[in-house]
Design a protein around this ligand. Structure first.
Ligand code: GLV
Ligand code: MG
Length: 338
């Protein structure tokens, strides 16, 4: 049997963990669409041309009365699917729901040859992934599929966060993880009522002015998701799979959406969910390296010759470690332009 180790190459000390070959395809935005909605299904070819990943959502957001229609809609979309550069994913219902088994069975047996990745919500530990892995293997064998389906887990319970490393390493099928801030907030008993993003109450305040105790003091809103994203990124990197920020529910606030996406990008995420067409260009822009950063990174790489030692560039010291960071940016730009 294949082991997760088969996907890894030996590493030079401190070099970024290489991604598994199978995961290296652009996925800057995972665009959600409601598969039960006929009008939305008719827009699929247009949408597919604009995004890296199109995802038929069967889980939260789909009313219980529409679960079967959403599953049928996914199958209809999959059968008609002809996009080559865009990936087709689905988010099935959670494993403790009455719908998950039929979702997985329909997805694999009806359109398994068209689907790239199956997103599993509310994953709490490696046993959830082992179950899905076994079930997919049986369904794939029955359907005569040649390519294994990949699995993406949503990190949206405290238990899932606590066991994130085990989840990432649970199967060679693991493609990546997304932060699910809305469910995670509820599960952790955070006191928010939003789908992702920040909160005006989560802030730090500057010290009082020693000479004027009455002077107004600036406040700085903090990123509620910093810890979880960092934890998720480390676990994903350790296992050579991809980390994503999840949803940003305030569709009208495109500025805050861009900020949240950029925080995630800077911390190591490769993409985010888009819930509305307005969020597609935001994700595309944020998760593609800035051309000025790429040009600077190329200058550093050239100046560093064989990549060892130290040079001064624009008054700043560059060395073996900064050249590795620069390679991450240049490699990403190349992957996205390939
Ligand atoms: C996504 O599923 C979330 O709960 O944020
Ligand atoms: Mg959720």
């Amino acid at each position: 049997m294949r082991s997760a180790k088969d996907f890894f190459r030996p590493l030079a000390a401190g070099a970024p963990q290489p991604l598994r070959e199978i995961t290296v395809r652009p996925s800057r935005m995972i665009h959600f669409f409601p598969a039960a909605n006929e009008k939305m299904r008719s827009k699929v070819p247009d949408m597919a041309a604009q995004v890296d990943v199109l995802l038929a959502n069967l889980e939260d957001g789909v009313p219980a009365s529409d679960k079967e229609a959403a599953r049928d809609g996914l199958v209809e979309v999959g059968k008609a699917w002809s996009a080559t550069d865009t990936q087709l994913w689905t988010r099935v219902n959670s494993l403790d729901s009455p719908w998950a088994l039929d979702d997985l069975t329909a997805a694999v047996t009806e359109i398994g040859d068209k689907l790239d990745v199956i997103m599993i919500p509310k994953v709490e530990g490696p046993e959830d992934i082992h179950y899905v892995d076994r079930l997919l293997a049986q369904l794939e064998a029955r359907a005569g599929l040649e390519k294994p389906l990949m699995v993406h887990a949503i990190l949206e319970t405290a238990q899932g966060v606590a066991r994130v490393e085990e989840i990432c390493g649970a199967s060679p099928r693991m493609q990546g993880l997304s932060l699910g801030p809305a469910d995670l907030a509820a599960n952790r008993r955070m006191k928010t009522t939003r789908v992702g993003g920040g909160h005006p109450g989560y802030l730090v305040r500057e010290d009082p002015d020693a000479d004027d105790a009455e002077a107004p003091r600036a406040t700085f809103q903090q990123d509620l998701w910093h810890y979880t994203i960092s934890r998720m990124v480390d676990a994903c990197v350790m296992h050579g799979i991809l980390p994503y920020y999840g949803p940003f529910g305030d569709i009208a606030d495109t500025t805050a959406c861009e900020d949240q996406f950029r925080n995630a990008y800077l911390l190591g995420c490769v993409g985010a969910w888009s819930l509305h067409p307005a969020q597609i260009p935001i994700a595309k822009k944020v998760f593609s390296p800035d051309p000025a950063d790429v040009a600077h990174a190329q200058r550093v790489i050239e100046a560093m010759g064989d990549g060892t030692g130290a040079v001064m560039l624009d008054g700043k010291m560059e060395d073996d470690a900064s050249v590795k960071q620069c390679r991450v940016i240049v490699d990403l730009a190349q992957e996205l332009s390939a």
